[in-house]
Design a protein around this ligand. Structure first.
Ligand code: GLY
Length: 349
């Protein structure tokens, strides 16, 4: 038995005829069922990044204005710094780990195809951004690390090189020689002990005139880190995140504190709820402070570490916020400049 009436008895009953006449016509049904056409809202192109990246945002914006894909443009942008021996925060010339070995992290996301790629603790390759993009494009995976990531890069013809420059090696030697009064190294003369541990990173987020979005974060990580340490930059959702319908966000600063809050993702989700980019970044920073263990905050509850978030939305609005006053690099489709970040705390001595 079936619940469906046969065609004759269905059409034969007056009640059923009324029901048929009340049905919407085929064209109307099609119109009701067709998915809404999602027109991309007019976007203001924008590329934003950390303060060491005026040249990268400029290059990225130039390329997207010429019609280059957003991720390809972002990779071309950050490569400028990765290849620059004077930038000791990324790529060639990046500060090494405790053993004096440069280990690089990078992740990227491509909004239009909803794909991600990343490498962690990659040695010997100057441009981890290009390797992360290859993981995104040609593999069924998202993150390759260490020896596997290096061999993957070599299979594409990358040249293996010493990533230490004379300057970065010298900084590491000074750090090694000044580790503590009981170490077996004699103090390097005429040098201040390196009490600070530099971190430097590039996060770059870009939105094209048609509203497509990509993000990338690249770094040599925390200087003098434990060998094998991978930070937030290699982790999609933490170091950077893109949702092509909403926006992109990423970070620089203490990676462990960002990983604890999945900050790239959290910031994009805040924009999904309607927050402007700057407010979304501030909200994520507050969460990072709230999630900090006692050893990382002072007696007033202020963080003992730096962290900055950068965000763009699909309309090309942008913002950034940091724990303490700072600035970031912006190209708004017209020109490049530095902009002050919003911040949570005044700097103390
Ligand atoms: N945010 C960069 C790092 O912690 O490695």
């Amino acid at each position: 038995m079936t619940d469906r009436p046969d065609r004759r008895s269905f059409l034969g009953s007056a009640g059923s005829l009324a029901a048929v006449l009340a049905l919407p016509r085929v064209r109307e049904v099609a119109a009701m069922q067709a998915p809404a056409i999602r027109r991309a809202p007019p976007a203001q192109p924008a590329a934003i990044s950390s303060a060491n990246s005026l040249a990268p945002v400029t290059r990225t914006a130039e390329l997207v204005l010429q019609g280059t894909d957003t991720l390809d443009a972002a990779v071309e942008g950050v490569k400028i710094q990765e290849l620059d021996p004077k930038d000791d925060s990324v790529g060639y010339g990046g500060l090494p780990n405790a053993d004096g070995v440069v280990q690089l992290d990078c992740s990227c996301m491509h909004g239009p195809t909803r794909r991600a790629g990343a490498v962690g603790a990659l040695e010997g390759i100057k441009t981890p951004s290009e390797v992360a993009r290859l993981v995104l494009k040609y593999t069924n995976h998202i993150l390759l690390v260490g020896e596997g990531a290096r061999r993957f890069a070599l299979s594409y013809g990358f040249k293996e090189e010493d990533l230490l420059t004379p300057e970065s090696r010298q900084k590491w030697l000074v750090w090694r020689a000044n580790r503590g009064p009981d170490d077996d190294w004699l103090q390097v003369p005429d040098k201040e002990p390196m009490v600070v541990r530099p971190t430097g990173t590039i996060n770059l987020n870009v939105v094209s005139p048609s509203g497509d979005i990509s993000s990338i974060t690249t770094t040599s990580g925390l200087a003098w880190k434990l060998p094998g340490r991978v930070g937030d930059s290699a982790i999609a959702g933490a170091g950077q995140y893109t949702d092509n319908e909403i926006g992109a966000a990423g970070s620089t600063g203490r990676g462990e504190s960002n990983i604890m809050v999945c900050g790239g993702f959290l910031t994009v989700e805040a924009m999904r709820r309607g927050l402007k980019p700057t407010d979304a970044c501030l909200e994520t920073l507050r969460r990072a402070v709230a999630m900090s263990p006692a050893r990382l905050v002072d007696e007033k509850g202020r963080p003992k570490f730096g962290l900055t978030f950068y965000a763009v939305n699909k309309r090309g609005e942008f913002g950034a916020a940091s724990m303490f006053p700072g600035r970031y690099a912006v190209h708004d489709g017209k020109d490049a400049r530095f902009v002050d970040t919003a911040y949570l705390y005044e700097r103390t001595k």
